[in-house]
Design a protein around this ligand. Structure first.
Ligand code: AP5
Length: 257
């Protein structure tokens, strides 16, 4: 069954925005997706959201939404964050953590959550662990997607994103029905600023230096599930789902993350 798209208002716009009350699920999953830029985390988060009902919480989406908000200029910290993003660098930990902490209610969402693009540094991972421990929120698993570099570059260079609803396509592998037009909302599909080749190189180097060490961090906590990200999105989803069902502890017996 497919869950209706949750507009994620409280996540994208901040705690003053209200989400409609999400359905209570028998098993609310709390997951983190790890993996290099372009490996397909957003695509899988969308499938996991549709099929498990959990809310998709992407820090990149919060920054992009702030940059596009009509009629109100981004705050100085947000304007600086957008500059880091365009260059392919990480936004400073202090800015990211302030933004996540402000939205910490989303971690209590009764539908569960899928964190995508956060945490990305050891500092972020440690801060998240402390917060979740304090708030007695158990993490089910951290899914680490693995893919050879040539395939990642191919996925990023073909990515097209809807300028309005942020739906993600690929120019040749997951094309929209009408070229350059979003199937969902009919608006234009665009190349993301940070998918330009010079930014992609910086993003890959930054990933290796700052984010790859989190694999060991979560392995040591017994939460890591590695999944090969080759094949179609549905094949990868099937692998993810099988890994979760086999390896993630059952509800009520979970350790905190
Ligand atoms: P963010 O938005 O998190 O981007 P990212 O991690 O670089 O990941 P991407 O969105 O590029 O890729 P993805 O893995 O989601 O792949 P997708 O599903 O789109 O972050 C952007 C920036 O924000 C960062 O660089 C940083 O500046 C800042 N930022 C965000 N969070 C931060 C944090 N916590 N700390 C500091 N800074 C932060 O797929 C890619 C393409 O492949 C698509 O075209 C898709 O259609 C296609 N595709 C997907 N799956 C398949 C498949 N199986 N087969 C063929 N094609 C596929």
């Amino acid at each position: 069954m497919t869950a209706p798209a949750n507009k994620r208002a409280a996540w994208l716009e901040g705690p003053s925005a209200n989400c409609p009350t999400p359905p209570e699920l028998a098993r609310p999953w709390r997951l983190i997706l790890l993996g290099a830029p372009g490996v397909g985390k957003g695509t899988q988060a969308n499938l996991l959201r549709e099929r498990l009902g959990a809310c998709h919480l992407s820090t990149g989406d919060v920054f992009r939404a702030a940059g596009k908000r009509d009629g109100c200029a981004p705050s100085p910290a947000m304007a600086a964050a957008l500059g880091f993003m365009r260059r392919g660098e990480l936004v400073p930990d202090s800015t990211v953590w302030e933004m996540v902490r402000e939205r910490s209610q989303c971690l209590h969402c009764r539908s569960g959550f899928i964190l995508d693009g956060f945490p990305r540094t050891l500092m972020q991972a440690e801060s998240l662990k402390k917060l979740m421990d304090e708030e007695k929120l158990p993490l089910d698993a951290v899914v680490n997607y693995e893919l050879p570099m040539e395939e990642i570059v191919e996925r990023l260079s073909g990515r097209r994103t809807c300028e309005n609803c942020k739906a993600v396509y690929h120019a040749t592998r997951q094309p929209s029905k009408t070229a350059a037009v979003c199937d969902r909302c009919g608006r234009r599909l665009v190349l993301r600023d940070d998918d330009r080749p010079e930014s992609v190189i910086v993003r890959m180097e930054t990933y290796e230096r700052s984010t790859a060490p989190l694999i060991e961090f979560y392995r040591n906590l017994g939460l890591l599930l590695s999944v090969m990200a080759t094949g179609s999105p549905n094949e990868i989803y099937a692998r993810t789902s099988a890994a979760l069902e086999t390896n993630a502890p059952q509800s009520g017996q979970r350790d905190s993350g």
